[in-house]
Design a protein around this ligand. Structure first.
Ligand code: KIV
Ligand code: ZN
Length: 390
């Protein structure tokens, strides 16, 4: 069975930038867009052009800059939004307009005070109007996660007839369970007439910590695009993390699904976005966190020193991390101490190691983490004449 491609739609510059405190100026957005293009994302959602003159300018400049990826602008199902997005995307080699409307009962009733039929009419009108500007039109059914599947299929069928090329099925509130989200995709695949003319897309939020699992279930059940952000940034608890879905697919080749991402740029891209947005990456973040390849307990360290795969499923180099780290704490064993001591120049014999280890434990009980210069101090304290080999 040949591997099918899952397109990566990056929305760091739109959904990700909606995070309080993560606002970027146009220059910073251009730096990130260029990197995303290099990383190999298929679509860059560059912003929401009607939302502010700054966002219009960013989408406009990114459209001129990006060489490979499609550039996308978000709109509501509103004529003026669509006109402004089309103008912002004018210079893009491959422009996409992303338009849509809420489809769940609560959105229809409280946001729009409308009926289901009126929502379908507005959805068709938005897609048809966007098609007068660009060929590639993605439709989002906001709060699709809580939308009745039968009605959702009706909306999807209507917008595909109007020319939508991509159907975005957002779990806007991060409500769905993976099985439920996967079943939604399968239902649409089986019940929307003309579905072969459009690509189904996952857009999952992380309110229950399920965004990655839901996106993976989505592609297992027929979606071929995932919307995600670097470091999982996004509204509230965030969006699906790009680095996570990419590595899940890479680590499980029997799914026969893969992306075009150059994974060796993942760590550096994560750091770049974190610095530009002023949003630190949590140390235990999967794939790109500072502790993702760090080992601190004696049992794990001994295993990793003997054979990396005992406690690591990913080679750190594959995601751009130089090497696994052996962190020295009071929970570390002799193997880790010998390993780190060797790195700073000491070849300890078994007898020397026993003596140094006693001193090390006293030191480590007082200090959270032992650094390289502490190792020199610990060894000099043993007073048994151990010399570093230069
Ligand atoms: O979460 C969501 O529903 C969205 C849409 C605007 C695509 O971000
Ligand atoms: Zn979203």
């Amino acid at each position: 069975m040949s591997t099918e491609k899952v397109e990566i739609f990056d929305t760091t510059l739109r959904d990700g930038e909606q995070v309080p405190g993560c606002k970027l100026d146009t220059k910073q957005k251009l730096v990130i867009a260029e990197r995303l293009d290099e990383l190999g994302v298929d679509i860059i959602e560059a912003g929401f052009p009607i939302s502010s003159p700054g966002d219009f300018q960013s989408v406009n400049e990114i459209s001129k800059l990006v060489k490979n990826a499609r550039v996308c602008g978000l709109t509501r199902a509103v004529k003026k939004d669509i006109e402004v997005a089309a103008a912002a995307l004018k210079a893009a080699k491959r422009p996409r307009i992303h338009t849509g409307i809420g489809t769940s009962d609560s959105h229809i009733r409280y946001k729009f005070n409308a009926t289901q039929d009126e929502i379908i009419e507005r959805a068709i009108a938005a897609v048809s109007y966007a098609k007068t500007f660009v060929e590639d039109v993605e439709f989002y059914a906001e709060d699709a996660g809580r939308t009745d599947n039968e009605f959702l299929a009706k909306v999807c069928e209507a917008v595909v007839s109007a020319g939508a090329t991509v159907l975005n099925i957002p779990d806007t509130t991060g409500y769905c369970l993976p099985e439920e989200y996967g079943a939604k995709m399968r239902y649409l695949k089986e019940n929307v007439k003309g579905i072969h003319k459009a690509t189904l897309s996952c857009h999952c939020h992380n309110d229950l910590g399920l965004a990655t699992a839901n996106s993976i279930e989505g592609v297992i059940h027929g979606a071929r695009q995932i919307e995600c952000t670097i470091n999982g940034l996004g509204e509230r608890a965030g969006n699906t993390a790009l680095e996570e879905v990419v590595m899940v697919l890479r680590q499980h080749p029997y799914l026969n699904l893969d992306t075009n991402i150059n994974t060796r740029l993942l760590y550096d891209t994560s750091q770049m976005v974190s610095h530009l947005m002023g949003m630190p990456v949590q140390p235990n973040k999967a794939i790109v966190g500072a502790n993702a390849f760090a080992h601190s307990s004696g049992i794990h360290q001994d295993g990793v020193i003997k054979q990396r795969e005992t406690y690591e499923i990913i080679d750190p180099a594959e995601v751009g991390v130089t090497e696994s780290s052996i962190v020295l704490t009071a929970r570390s064993g002799r193997a880790a101490l010998a390993y780190r001591a060797k790195k700073v120049g000491y070849e300890l014999t078994k007898v020397q190691l026993d003596t140094v280890y006693v001193e090390f434990l006293k030191f480590a009980d007082r200090k959270k983490e032992i650094e390289d210069n502490d190792i020199h101090e610990i060894i000099s304290k043993t007073d048994i004449g151990i010399k570093a080999v230069s």
